[in-house]
Design a protein around this ligand. Structure first.
Ligand SMILES: [Zn+2]
Length: 379
């Protein structure tokens, strides 16, 4: 994978490149970031950059076409090794270790490197079983690192989700980190580094991977997946920095324009006098969305409300708004102040809670609308 195909993440890419350019490659590094983020993709791009055979000393990226790059990009380089959580499945009924799942792992990562543990477990057909890095993996790891690199400068071992290591596997890894084999680089990719042994943490160089920005996700969906700009922004706002979540939800929510719904809804709530009939009519529209989309609409509304509040405090807090959003937020900001923000937030959170617990959507909608109206008039 090339660094350039990963959206954003400018400063961490820079740090990773510099470590190679200055020949300060730590033998063990911990890419820590939330699920759906860039941690695994960055580790893969870094591995490719490290072993690229035709990269100029100060190149921004690996060349992408030398034999090492081609094999690494396909995750088929003999010196690129993976340890990942697995479990027994129909295909592998016992002694499940990473090496038995490598074909599945390649397909999974090459399809989309921003997926999470649950996606992986579904991919291998784990049903409801938990994945882990078993104690049998410790032996595999020993054998793996006892061999010299076959053809590359560095032998690379990527451990995906080391927080799921069995204690025996964790101890084996710790021993390797204490007495690192030559020309071997361990890249640990973790979503929950606080669950790792402190002795492991103290021996790895941290690489902090921030969630994707809303703009990076919007641009990625728009440019790489041809999601129309307005929908892309809506999906990005719901994804909260997870490109994995954005990619997974781009199809479902792409059919609904939550922004337009929210704007119409707030106008209704704010209206004085005999608006009950209009609210009822809108509640039918809400009902039609179906429960999953109702929840998504409410989450989206919370996100937008937060932007409105921040904009009211200082427009600089919410840069890069889409034009329609900018116009709405500018007007609406006068009605959302620190006086009523908590009440409005609570109303939307409560509505989400009730929808999740199978309350009647029309009733939830009408109740919330009336109370939101009251709160809005307080501003
Ligand atoms: Zn190359």
């Amino acid at each position: 994978m090339l660094f350039s195909v990963i959206p954003g993440q400018v400063s961490v890419k820079q740090l990773l490149r510099q470590s190679v350019q200055r020949q300060h490659v730590a033998h063990a590094q911990l890419f820590r970031g939330s699920e759906g983020g860039a941690a695994l993709a960055l580790a893969l791009a870094y591995a490719q950059y490290l072993n690229c055979e035709e990269r100029a000393a100060d190149a921004e990226d690996s060349c992408g076409h030398c034999p090492a790059c081609v094999k690494t990009a396909k995750l088929a380089h003999p010196d690129l090794n993976f340890i990942v959580p697995v479990t027994s499945t129909k295909a592998v009924p016992k002694d499940a270790t990473s090496s038995k799942f490598m074909a599945e792992w390649r397909a999974f990562v090459l399809d989309n490197p921003y997926q999470g543990l649950n996606d992986w477990m579904q991919h291998i057909g784990a049903e409801n079983k938990q994945g882990s890095i078993s104690k049998e993996e410790a032996g595999q790891l020993q054998r793996l690192v006892s061999l010299k690199a076959f053809e590359a400068r560095f032998k690379i071992v990527i451990i995906w989700l080391p927080e799921l290591m069995h204690p025996a596997a964790a101890n084996a890894v710790l021993k390797l980190l204490e007495e690192p084999p030559p020309a071997t680089v361990f890249l640990l990719v973790s979503h929950a580094p606080e669950q790792l042994l402190p002795t492991i943490i103290s021996r790895v160089q941290p690489v902090v991977v921030r969630p994707f920005s809303e703009n990076d996700i919007t641009a990625y969906l728009n440019e790489q997946h041809q999601v129309p700009a307005v929908k892309a922004r809506q999906v990005a706002q719901l994804a909260e920095g997870s490109l994995g979540a954005a990619l997974a939800s781009r199809e479902q929510s792409a059919d609904h324009d939550y922004f337009t719904f929210f704007v119409a809804w707030m106008r209704l709530c704010f209206g004085y006098g005999s608006k009950a009939a209009d609210i009822l009519k809108q509640s039918e529209e809400f009902q039609k969305l179906g429960r999953e989309n109702q929840k998504e609409l409410l989450s989206y509304s919370l996100g937008l409300l937060r932007k409105v509040l921040l904009f009211g405090i200082d427009p600089k807090f919410v840069p890069h708004l889409a034009a329609a959003e900018q116009q709405f937020i500018t007007g609406f900001a006068r009605f959302v102040t620190p006086r009523n923000a908590d009440l409005l937030t609570k109303e939307l959170t409560d509505a989400h809670y009730h929808i999740e617990r199978n309350a009647n959507p029309k009733m939830v909608f009408v109740d919330s609308s009336l109370r939101l109206g009251g709160h809005l008039r307080m501003a």
